[in-house]
Write a protein that binds this ligand. Structure first.
Ligand SMILES: *Cc1c(COP(=O)(O)O)cnc(C)c1O
Length: 356
């Protein structure tokens, strides 16, 4: 028997989350962002749930090729563009759309031999200061891109740093408008947070990622409570041992938890080698036997320990949900000082995953 730990991908939740993203602006086309192996869900497993999208956004040429093998004939966007001249051959072969964010990429494109027109998303740095041309340099870059032989449509793109936070997007929208003024072409600006909370940013194409997987762009579950978004991944396991300990006994490495009274402790087959965050402190929520309880003691490589006081009927073999359909991943993430994005991307290779 394998360990009882596994992840389930909920295909219907992906499809429903995509439909919700579309409802926020039925006029905008959608790049469903599936970078990082579909945020840890598995590209091939996520694809059937997301195939009603208009296009897929990702980073990796191999993942782009895999989408073609899965039968996707529509647009695929390389969100960071390409890194070497030989990448352009792959872009050409698989008819990929590519971001272009710097002159080095434009130079490679000018030297390339393309068999058919390649569509670009020219990226503006409107304030994030990672990738892209400043508003001042944007028009020159656009003119240069337009002059490249074999360049098809050019979409104007930027990315927000604070669409989920108090600073918002106004400063970046202003910068974008300034840099893009008078330039024809479709616009692509919005990530999930902007899809949900900044309708003035939607334009022609939106690029939702995290919302498709049913987690909150802000990392706060309450922020998406009224959206209808559903978790697309459940990480579940079982109790593999139960200990009854006396008052004063401590649990696990470092003896970080000491029982104040006699209590039952459940041992769960899931540890940091599975992607569960080792930094998760005492009190991190876990569902055992359908009842919400909490982590106690340190997370170890292959196991973690939980308080069975609220679940008197739980025993070896009882079902444990680490996050998912009944326990928002962001609640676990925020207890551990991170966001749902990181946890879903970190599910380890050794965890068996199946789609339903
Ligand atoms: C990852 C990414 C997105 C999606 O962001 P979410 O916050 O997951 O919606 C959109 N655009 C770009 C350029 C990205 O890299």
């Amino acid at each position: 028997m394998p360990r009882p730990l596994s992840a389930t991908i909920h295909t219907a939740a992906l499809a429903s989350n995509l439909a919700i993203a579309r409802k926020y602006d039925p006029k905008s086309k959608i790049w469903a962002v599936v970078k990082a192996n579909a945020y840890g869900h598995g590209l091939a497993r996520a694809f059937p749930g997301l195939r009603a999208t208009d296009g897929f956004g990702l980073l990796d040429l191999e993942e782009a090729a895999k989408l073609r093998e899965l039968g996707w004939a529509g647009p695929i966007l390389l969100l960071e563009g390409f890194f070497r001249p030989t990448d352009i051959d792959v872009i050409d072969r698989y008819s990929l759309t590519t971001a272009v964010h710097c002159d080095e990429q434009l130079r490679m494109l000018e030297m390339a031999r393309l068999s058919k027109p390649v569509n670009l998303q020219l990226k503006m740095n409107s304030g994030m200061n990672r990738l892209g041309y400043t508003p001042e340099k944007f028009r020159t870059a656009w003119e240069r891109a337009r002059a490249v032989q074999g360049v098809g449509q050019i979409t104007l793109m930027t990315h927000f740093s604070d669409a989920d936070g108090p600073r918002g997007i106004a400063h970046q929208l202003d910068a974008f408008e300034r840099g893009a003024e008078g330039i024809a072409g479709a616009r692509s600006l919005a990530n999930s947070a902007a899809v949900l909370w900044h309708p003035d940013s939607h334009f022609d194409w939106v690029r939702p990622g995290i919302m498709l997987y049913g987690a909150s762009p802000s990392g706060v579950t309450a922020d998406i409570a009224d959206t209808g978004l559903k978790p697309a991944m459940t990480l579940q396991s079982e109790l593999i041992a139960v200990q009854t300990v006396e008052a004063g006994s401590s649990i696990g490495y470092g003896s970080t938890f000491t029982a104040g009274e006699s209590m039952r402790i459940g041992v769960v087959a899931c540890g940091y080698a599975d992607g569960y965050p080792r930094v998760a402190p005492e009190g991190t929520p876990v569902i055992v036997d359908g009842v919400k309880t909490k982590l106690v003691g340190r997370v170890s490589m292959d196991m973690l320990t939980v308080d069975l006081t609220p679940c008197p009927n739980a025993g070896i073999g009882s079902r444990v949900e680490l996050w998912g359909a009944n326990l928002p991943i962001d609640d676990v993430a925020s207890a551990a000082g991170t966001i749902g994005y990181e946890l879903m991307c970190a599910v380890a290779q050794r965890v068996p995953v199946r789609a339903e």
